[in-house]
Design a protein around this ligand. Structure first.
Ligand code: ADP
Ligand code: MG
Length: 164
């Protein structure tokens, strides 16, 4: 497994990091995001959308479970926060997105981890104690495609996130 952590110090930096990720994204990529409310999952995905070339005004966090955006590749943004339970996620029929021709970015992925692809990039966002605008973002993956992506992301984002 490859795992690395970075720190962003503002919302803008997290969006910029997402933008770099979106620019590097490829068909079939799956990003599983976890972290408390307000940790920055939606901010990061807003950046991913921008990096994929989705028009800025098109991106709106919403109450819909799956939103599709059109950039260089389709982006499927899912938010499992409001699903009642595991069975409800199973009924959603997410497979067509998860194994489709686009990029999937899923908030609250820990609510249904065993229903989601093993081949994914895990992105865990957390608050930093005592620092309101700082977020610790841990990336982890086990498959070659997402490992390559992570290496490229680190190389491309040193100016917006500090990696260690
Ligand atoms: P989530 O989707 O994880 O619930 P959001 O992305 O909707 O979180 O909200 C993150 C909130 O935290 C926003 O209000 C944003 O302004 C604030 N924030 C402060 N610092 C950061 C940071 N470094 N990265 C991302 N968001 C930050
Ligand atoms: Mg959110």
């Amino acid at each position: 497994m490859t795992a690395v952590t970075c720190i962003t110090s503002s919302e803008d930096a997290t969006v910029a990091l997402g933008r770099r990720l979106g620019a590097l994204a490829a068909e079939g990529d799956v990003y599983l995001l976890t972290g408390d409310l307000g940790a920055g999952k939606t901010c990061l995905i807003r950046g991913i959308a921008a990096g994929l070339g989705v028009a800025e005004h098109a991106f709106s966090p919403s109450f819909v479970l799956v939103r599709e955006y059109h950039g260089r590749l389709p982006l499927f943004h899912m938010d499992l926060y409001r699903v009642a339970d595991h069975a409800e996620v199973a009924e959603l029929g997410l497979e067509e997105y998860l194994y489709g021709d686009g990029v999937c970015a899923i908030e609250w992925a820990d609510r249904a981890m065993d229903l989601l692809p093993l081949r994914h990039l895990s992105i865990a966002l957390a608050y930093q104690c005592g620092a309101e605008d700082v977020r610790v973002i841990r990336f982890a993956c086990t498959d070659p495609r997402h490992e390559t992506l992570l290496t490229q992301l680190i190389a491309a984002s040193g100016d917006v996130a500090s990696w260690n």
